[in-house]
Design a protein around this ligand. Sequence first.
Ligand SMILES: N[C@@H](CCC(=O)N[C@@H](CS)C(=O)NCC(=O)O)C(=O)O
Length: 259
Amino acid sequence: MTNQNVLTLFTINMSHYSEKVRWLLDYEELPYQEQALTPFVHALPMLIKGKRKRTTVPVIQQGKTCVQDSPRIVAWLSKEYGPLKSIPEELEVEVLEVQKRFDAIGKSVARYLYHTGFAHPAEIKNIWTQFAKPWENALVRMCYPTIKGLMKSQLNINDKAAAKAEQKIDQEIQWLEQRLSDGRQYLVGDRFTLADITAASLLAPLACPAQHPIYSTEDFREKIASSAKRWSASPAMEWVRNMYAQNRGQIWREKPRAA
Ligand SMILES: N[C@@H](CCC(=O)N[C@@H](CS)C(=O)NCC(=O)O)C(=O)O
């Protein structure tokens, strides 16, 4: 790959949508460099790169091209590097439907986890600043109450909304278990696809698979995701952990660079 062709993936370490695209790139064996951003500090660069009035990660960049939003990134990768083995042509419609379904619960998962997670500021600050430069580290720790307030209003984190998020997650877990009830291993067809990558990565912060560098830590499991223990022995969460054990491979063979 020439410099112009290098793929750069902008992520946040705790972000499950980032994990979805990271997993896809790893599975498709598309070489990329990951740049890990510090929450809050990420907003302006992502707003500028994304050009969509949004501040979200993941964003993928190749030369002057930047694509924001995970399903748009999937479509762009399919166009540039397709056909992708995770989206077999004959299963494409169904695979993309399942992608849409699980993309739609990402916000509920984040809302639900931050609702309990914010009771553990030391752990949240440590995770947020894993890749921070010294000035970012100081800024995020100093502004934590403000950042927390902004996130609470932006993500609508309150008791009522968290209870609704719990119901929504519960419904999707039931859908997943119903889908797997005939003994199938994969969500669409008889092979591993983007449908499995999306479902497993969007549910990973609840299932806390051992392979994930953030969700597997004791601080994350015991503090941030403590409320998700209610599902932890469910067949759906076991399926997520199996997908990780069997199909994820090593995450961060190369540590991301701080952006
Ligand atoms: N629809 C987007 C959602 C991405 C998203 O919500 N990302 C979260 C992290 S998991 C984020 O960037 N939050 C910070 C922000 O909105 O500025 C996608 O699929 O990429």
